[in-house]
Structure formats: structure tokens, C-alpha cells
Write a protein of this length. Sequence first.
Length: 399
Amino acid sequence: MNHSGHIGVIDSLLDTDAYKLHMQQAIYHQYPNAEAVAEFHCRSNEDLRPYSQEIQDHINRLAGLSFSEEEIAYLSTLSFFKEDFLNYLKGYQFNSEHVEVDTSGDQLAITITGKWLDIILWEVPLLAIICEVRCRHSYPDVSVEDAITQLKLKLANFYQKASEEGINLDAFSLVDFGTRRRFSKEVHQHVVDYLTAHVPEFKGTSNYHLARTRALMPVGTQAHEWFQGHQQLAGELADSQQLALNRWLQEYPDSLGIALTDCINMDAFLRDFDLRLSERFVGLRHDSGDPIAWGEKAIAHYESLGIDPKTKSLVFSDSLTLDKALTIYKHFAHRINTSFGIGTQLTCDLPGVKTLNVVLKLTECEGRPVAKISDEPGKSICRDPEYLSQLRTAFKIVG
């Protein structure tokens, strides 16, 4: 594998997670002038500052990309994209002036500032760039062949465990969520190609470029930032989660109906997830906290409203491995539909490679703070303790 720094990490604006474009369209129609700030965080104990100039070079290169006619034509085949938004995308380009790379502290700091509509697409390619640049330098001898060998081992163990435990995999649904923290673009593509060719349970990818070029189903709805932004777009903080859910349905009344539950936490989410919302959304996505406990809460919630859980779906996407996914699948079999979005453990799980835990999160909207509390304390992000206290009070979070 050639690890030259001159190779572009991103060469298509579709090389991103589907939910980014889905949220961008909703912002285009509903909040085109909202201002936002997003910040990069490295949760791993690893200094990324030595790669700052190379990362900056890739950021500058990204600003030269635009959507091709073929890419726009592909998006137009998906019924939920509107013509006015696709026309907007035809002229869309990144502006590198929105991005500030700072190495003055003890860790790489990156801040993205501008209209939410303009900056929302930075997250996924930026994280992919950071991860690939770091892996090129730290693991120059790791190859695509190593990645596929490792994948084959994991799949063999997965099928063996399913066989030993008598688990029927007919309803098992695996989706690639691996763009943001992949070892490299090349590894990601080969992993998805192998899964497509050899794994019947593989149902799609969150990456629009791979979905287009491999004729796969694109998967994704909304991320935490959709709920975070509404914290400063709603009249009352306590109403922000319901507003975010209702505005999503306004944009996508008949599609993209999986709701993310952990921007505050599952209990607070379910208090807002009334009968009408529970009926309208086809299911829920798990991204923090104990997945079994979370799923049991979801089932109990549906049953309390007289909704048959078998008509709903749960998407699990929190630090999953194939082994964890199988355990969850077995637990909820025949009770509710499940699917599993696996990211890092598919696209950056190679022998001897330490995965990098990096995120880029919204921290301000309309000049005021926003926050994520989450079902897992380590995933909470907020620089303003007073605002975090207000958020906890508004959503009746104790502790």
C-alpha cells in the first residue's frame, strides 16, 4: 500500500455518511441562515499535532471538490431528495476558511464556524482525513490484505458462534458505518466489497459514494447535532427534542424514520416520544449506554402505548463488534426488528493497530451553547457548565 501524503484521502463529496446530506437538506429548507460552531475532540491519548500541516493540506484540497453530474443524478433517484436542494448541491463547495486548525495547546484542536448549512458536511471527511493521515504514519506496513485476513477471521468466529448457539441469521442485518474512523479509504472499500460478495447478512452502507458505486442501499437518518441545534432553535429548551422530531417528520414524512435517542438520554427521549411520534417513526437508534437495557425500555414504551414492537425497528450503532451484535440480535429475536451498524470494528480493526477515538460535535448554534448529555457519561460534551445545568433541569435529569 502506498502511504504517500500526496494521495488524496477524499476524492468525492459523496464519500460521507448519508445522514449528513439528509440533515443538510432539512437545514436548507428550515434553517438556512442558522449559525453554528463545531469542534474536534480526540478522546484517545495520542498527540495528533505532528500531522497538522498534512491535515491542513487535505482540508485545502477538499475545498476544490464539487458534486459531479453523475453524483447529483444518483441522488435524484432517491425520492426524499428535493429538486431545489439538489440544485443547491450542484454549486456546493467546502470553504477552508470555515476551518481553524490550532496546534498551540497540548492536542490538535480544530474549530469549524459558519452557517450550519455550509459547515455540516465537514465532519465525516475531516475525521476520515485525520484517521488516515495518522494511520499512514503510524502503521506504514499494514496492508489491505491484513485487513481482509482479519475480517475473514472475525466472520468465521461470527458464523461459528451463531451455529454453536443455534441462532438463525435470516433476520440479521449488518450495515457498514465505518467512514469516519476508517484505517484508510482503500481498506474501507475492500472491506465493503468483501462483505458484499461473501456475507448475505450485509445489507448496506452509510457511505453514499460506496452506495452509488457498489449499488448498495444507503443507510442513515439524523445525528446528535440535529437535536443539539434545536436546543437554540426552539422557544423553550424543554420543547427542543420534540421540535427536532416534528421538524424531521415535516421534512421526511414517509421516509428516513429512525430516531436517535441519546442526545439527552433514553428516559428523557421517551418522555417526549408520545403516541403520535411513536407511530410515525419506524424505529429508534441506539448510540450509547447498555444496549440490552435500552432495547428493553424501547419495547416497554411501545407496549405501553399499545404498539406492537414487532412492527418497529431498533438500530444499534454504539462501538459494535460482530460478537456484540450477535448477542443483541439473539436477545431481541422475534420481539422487535433489529439491525446493526458497525463502524470502527469493520474498517479499522487490524492486527497491531490502535484505533483512534475522534469526534467532531456541534458546540454552538445561533451564538449560544448546545450540548449532548448521552446515556454514557464519557460521551457528554459541553464547555459551559451553567448551560449543561439548564439542560439537565429542562429535561429532568438527576445526578
